[in-house]
Ligand binder design. Structure first.
Ligand SMILES: [Zn+2]
Length: 257
C-alpha cells in the first residue's frame, strides 16, 4: 500500500468515527426526553399557575411537536366516526338545548374570568365543553336504571397523556379526577373531567370506544348538591401554536351510539 492509500484509509476512518459519534449523540439526545412526562409536568404547571403564562405559551409548540413525533409511531384510524362518550346515553343527555351550553366566552361557575384560555389553568373562564348528564337522582354516581357505575369511553383513537386521580372533597381543583388524551391525526386534545374512577394510564393507547373511567362528582363545583352528575368533556384543537376550544356537538350528532 502506498502512502497515499494509507492516508485515504485513515481519512475515511476518521470521517466514519465522526459520523458514528454524531449519530450516537443525536439518538441519545432524543431518548433523554419523555414527551408524555413533559406534557404532564407542563399541564400540571399550567393548571396550578406555577408557570408564567407567556413562558407556557412559548413552551407549548415544542411539547406538542414531541407528542406528535411520539404518536406517529402508532397508528390512529383516519376518517372514523366518533363514538358517543357515554354508552347507553345520547344527545338528549347533553345539558342545555342543542348544545347551547357550550360557551367558551361566558363567566362560568366559580371562575373569576370571562372566556376560556388554556393557559389560565384552574382559574380559566368560559365553558368550552359539553356536559353529559346521567340519571342519578340520589347522586351516588350509579345509574338509576341499572344501579351500576356509568362508563366513559374514548370518542376516537387516542394516546393517554395524563390523568389526575385522588381528588378530595373540598379541593379547589375544578376538574376533579380527569384524563387527558391526544389524537395526532385530528390534532386534538381531549379532557374528561369529574370522573369517579380513572382506569387508564399515561402512555396507553386507546381504540375508539375503549373505557377511560366512570362518571363521578369530583371537582369543586361538580361535588355540590345543585350539580347533576355529569361528564364534562372538552376538546381542544392544536392550531396556530395554540390549544383552542373546539365545538364537537355536530360530530356527536353523527357519532356512533
Ligand atoms: Zn362542564
Amino acid at each position: 500500500m502506498n502512502q497515499r492509500a494509507i492516508l485515504k484509509t485513515i481519512f475515511f476512518l476518521i470521517i466514519l468515527a465522526y459520523a458514528s459519534l454524531l449519530y450516537y449523540i443525536s439518538t441519545h439526545r432524543t431518548l433523554k426526553t419523555n414527551p408524555i412526562e413533559d406534557w404532564q409536568k407542563f399541564e400540571l404547571a399550567v393548571r396550578d399557575g406555577a408557570i408564567d403564562k407567556a413562558a407556557a405559551k412559548k413552551a407549548l409548540p415544542a411539547i406538542m411537536a414531541q407528542l406528535e413525533t411520539l404518536a406517529r409511531h402508532y397508528s390512529f384510524a383516519y376518517g372514523q366516526n366518533w363514538i358517543f362518550p357515554v354508552p347507553g346515553y345520547d344527545l338528549s343527555a347533553i345539558a342545555g338545548k342543542n348544545g347551547n351550553l357550550y360557551r367558551p366566552d361566558i363567566v362560568y361557575g366559580s371562575s373569576p374570568v370571562k372566556g376560556y384560555d388554556f393557559f389560565d389553568g384552574n382559574n380559566h373562564g368560559g365553558h368550552p365543553a359539553h356536559d353529559i348528564i346521567i340519571r342519578d337522582t340520589d347522586q351516588d354516581c350509579l345509574d338509576d336504571r341499572t344501579n351500576k357505575p356509568v362508563a366513559v369511553v374514548a370518542v376516537a383513537d387516542c394516546l393517554v397523556l395524563g390523568t389526575h386521580t385522588g381528588w378530595q372533597p373540598g379541593s379547589p381543583l375544578r376538574g376533579g379526577n380527569v384524563a387527558w388524551l391526544y389524537n395526532p391525526n385530528l390534532q386534538m386534545v381531549f379532557y374528561y373531567a369529574h370522573l369517579d374512577k380513572v382506569m387508564v394510564k399515561p402512555g396507553q393507547l386507546l381504540k375508539a370506544g375503549e373505557v377511560i373511567g366512570t362518571i363521578g362528582r369530583t371537582g369543586f363545583s361538580a361535588e355540590k348538591k345543585d350539580s347533576p352528575t355529569h361528564l364534562h368533556l372538552m376538546v381542544l384543537q392544536y392550531q396556530d401554536n395554540q390549544l383552542k376550544p373546539f365545538n364537537f356537538y355536530t360530530i356527536l350528532k353523527d357519532s356512533t351510539k
